[in-house]
Design a binder for this molecule. Structure first.
Ligand SMILES: [Fe+2]
Length: 425
């Protein structure tokens, strides 16, 4: 804690913000911050350095056009540096409404160990709340929300906004994302309806509420909510498997519907080709493998032409260190994609993290020839940690429950995610 902050916190009145602050897109010299005003016309963000000096500040208006959500894009900070920040009411005596802290990322190539939490399917209940508390206690470097975070089940804009606010106002979640960067995609229930696809009426409202309430900006002109970010030596490609699904013929088989859509495929190809991270996580809300409960339709296995295209893309680009992460199915699982070897050069491993709440689906314990792990209890999340400082970079997976128990821990050396060297004497 920095010397100036306790004094400033005396005047803290966090109830005066109706959501947030939440931080995201944390980089070496900047980050995104989101907060929702109550009746303030403007909000100020003030970033403080280690001596309590002002490193960055900006006042922005809060507009009902954006549900009073204010987004700051902070720049010009120092890498690997601790900062505190304050959200203030710039009118009157500058009342402090909320405070948080963060550390900027180390310069790329610094080989700093890092841990990312992956979670899906959460409710505003005690069990989910204890999972958020555990993540904070374990000081994960980033949180990825894979969807059904929250459950919304309508595309009505008012209801969408209300559900994001309710989800964000769970105390343990609010505390976590005030101090830990959060990155999000959606699954069917936050997109708007169970098992739905991109033909859903009103999906523009879902996208508007998402972009208002999460510090998860996307470039102007981009459809969908896909994004990518890097933490240490892991880069996460957080795909949108709902917005485009079923809206156009697949570019890989025009007799079948697309899952990701041509524009997202183009984006993914460009981003994957440019990645210099040792480990690359390709993540969607829906799962990639075929082991699902009876009558389930929304999974990559129902779009086999696009799943094969993903394998082909990884192989064509010669990418090492690729793993898959999914959520949605209400079982925590690890599955080896045995059929990916020909295209990729090694077996892609898929980690499934679902649910944060405790509603397990027994029928989702479907057999798969590459099944490595199945956990049939809830209130669990997945940690992926990378350590690239040694001779052999290692990715470690941990399934952690609300009590902090590590239910399954496995080490995945980079050598297991690399095309074997051909030939030799
Ligand atoms: Fe769910």
């Amino acid at each position: 804690m920095f010397p100036l902050l306790p004094l400033l916190l005396i005047g803290l009145a966090e109830s005066d913000l109706t959501s947030g602050p939440a931080i995201g897109c944390l980089e070496e010299t900047g980050l995104c911050v989101m907060a929702r005003a109550s009746d303030q016309e403007r909000l100020e963000l003030r970033v403080l350095d280690g001596e309590g000096g002002i490193a960055w500040q900006q006042v922005l208006p809060a507009s009902t056009d954006h549900d009073l959500c204010v987004h700051w894009s902070v720049t010009g900070l120092e890498p690997s540096t601790d900062y505190d920040y304050l959200v203030l009411d710039p009118s009157g005596d500058g009342e402090v409404l909320a405070a948080g802290s963060f550390m900027t990322q180390a310069p790329i190539g610094s080989l700093v160990p890092s841990t990312i939490a992956f979670a899906s399917c959460a409710r505003e209940d005690d069990g989910s709340s204890r999972v958020w508390t555990r993540m904070r206690q374990r000081a994960v470097d980033a949180l990825v929300l894979l969807g059904d975070t929250p459950y919304i089940d309508t595309t009505d804009l008012t209801q969408q906004r209300r559900r994001y606010r309710e989800f964000a106002n769970v105390g343990s979640f609010a505390d976590l994302v005030r101090n830990t960067p959060v990155y999000s995609t959606w699954d069917d229930h936050d997109f708007g309806a169970n098992d739905t696809d991109g033909r859903l009426e009103g999906k523009e409202n879902s996208r508007q509420a998402f972009l208002e309430h999460r510090p998860n900006p996307v470039p102007d002109g981009q459809q969908g909510i896909q994004s990518a970010f890097r933490v240490g030596d892991i880069e996460v490609f957080l795909l949108d498997a709902r917005w485009f699904a079923g809206t156009e013929p697949s570019m890989f088989d025009d007799s079948k519907p697309t899952l990701l859509g041509a524009s997202q495929w183009s984006w993914l190809r460009t981003r994957l080709a440019a990645s210099t991270a040792t480990f690359k996580v390709i993540a969607t809300g829906m799962i990639f493998n075929d082991a699902v409960r009876p009558n389930k339709t929304d999974y990559w296995g129902n779009y086999p032409h696009e799943r094969q295209a993903l394998f082909d893309l990884v192989g064509e680009l010669g990418l090492e260190g690729v793993v898959l992460v999914g959520g949605d199915v209400h079982r925590h699982r690890i599955v080896r994609h045995i059929d990916s070897s020909d295209a990729v050069g090694y077996e892609l491993v898929e980690f499934i993290s679902s649910p944060v709440h405790d509603q397990i689906i027994a029928a989702a314990n479907a057999p798969h020839p590459g099944l490595v792990l199945d956990i049939g209890t809830g209130n669990i999340y997945l940690e992926l940690s990378c350590d690239t400082a040694g001779d052999e970079p290692v990715l470690t997976s941990r399934y952690v429950d609300a009590a902090g128990r590590e239910l399954d821990v496995r080490h995945w050396p980079l050598a297991s995610m690399r095309r074997p060297v051909q030939g030799g004497s």
